[in-house]
Design a protein around this ligand. Structure first.
Ligand code: CA
Ligand code: CA
Length: 326
């Protein structure tokens, strides 16, 4: 019964949140006009009554100018030859014969847009209003507990991240949800990095910005896409700002959480990856010359301290001199 109430609330909220949900979206330079669409059931087993399990669809779908999330997923599902039913209330009620209420009278389909359980129905996010755009990721998933088993926690106000992955650079310390500030090391002065934050409670939006947090301009960084950063930049990752739409606003208010990543070029001679030059790097360089360890191309570039194009004992000497000067 709780689910029915929630649905009604979400419908009522739709008109109110339409404008705000479309306000902070940044159209990426993604040339191909596609959206990543995934349809999956990882929660209800065949033994418990599901007609199928696993990933039904995982595709890049072409976006039409008149699409909403709902029209897009409907087209993708039907084009793949699967059954698709929308209930009288406008909710997706069945996909490939996996219907809502299939698990002991509960269960249903839920949808994330860029890893966020939207605060209004999927029909409310359109190309026209800016709520849906090329490069987005839509995941439709089956839940047995109205979302709690897939990260949609109604009435929970935790705005921390549960994970943060970085490609194209590295954090100087492992991500821990309670630790808010990090250094992000990159190998050259300007590098493309892909930073993917994952909220603990995906009812809250996660937004990422470079250098200015909550700018007036439309500068939110795109989800799961490479962005160019340089030494001195700061990436801000905010979760659950009170001004951003969330279905949880009906249950109470949360305090926003903000993480920062200070971008720093990895210094010449840092072979250990900790962001500074020390005796551990000289030891590693000696071990490399003795062929006890191997370096990748980026490490080899940082090991050529005297910049003569080769890695020799002279670089060990130069590195030891650097350490002594520090
Ligand atoms: Ca080091
Ligand atoms: Ca050298």
């Amino acid at each position: 019964m709780k689910h029915t109430v929630k649905k009604t609330v979400v419908i009522a909220l739709s008109a109110l949140t339409l404008a705000s949900s479309a306000s902070a979206l940044n159209v990426s330079a993604d040339a191909d006009n596609t959206v990543h669409v995934i349809v999956k059931n990882e929660r209800l087993s065949v033994a418990d009554g599901a007609p199928w399990t696993g990933t039904l669809i995982d595709t890049q779908a072409t976006l039409n100018a008149d699409d909403s999330i709902e029209t897009l997923v409907e087209r993708v599902i039907k084009d793949n030859g699967f059954e698709f039913t929308v209930s009288d209330y406008g909710y997706i009620s069945s996909v490939n014969n996996l219907a809502e209420y299939a698990y002991n009278g509960s269960g249903g389909w839920m949808t994330t847009l860029n890893d966020w359980f939207t605060s209004e129905g999927t029909i409310g996010y359109t190309v026209e209003n800016g709520g849906l755009k090329a490069g987005d990721e839509i995941v439709m998933m089956y839940s047995c507990s109205w979302g709690a088993d897939v990260g949609s926690l109604y009435g929970n106000f935790d705005t921390s991240l549960q994970a943060l992955s970085v490609d194209g650079g590295s954090l100087t310390q492992a991500f821990v949800p309670s630790q808010k500030d990090y250094t992000l090391l990159i190998d050259s002065a300007e590098t493309a990095v892909t930073v993917v934050p994952e909220a603990y409670n995906k009812n809250y939006q996660v937004r990422m910005y470079c250098n200015v947090y909550l700018p007036v301009s439309n500068a939110q960084l795109p989800y799961k896409q490479a962005v160019s950063v340089k030494d001195g930049d700061t990436l801000y990752i905010g979760i659950g700002n009170p001004a951003w739409p969330t279905m949880n606003s009906w249950a109470g208010t949360a305090d926003e959480t903000v993480y920062t990543l200070q971008v720093k070029t990895r210094p010449l001679g840092d072979l250990s990856g900790n962001g500074s030059v020390g005796i551990e790097d000289a030891t590693l360089l000696q071990r490399y010359l003795a062929e006890y360890v191997t370096f990748d191309a980026a490490m080899q570039a940082r090991a050529d301290i005297d910049n003569d194009g080769d890695i020799t004992i002279n670089d060990v000497t130069a590195l030891q001199r650097m350490i002594a000067e520090f």
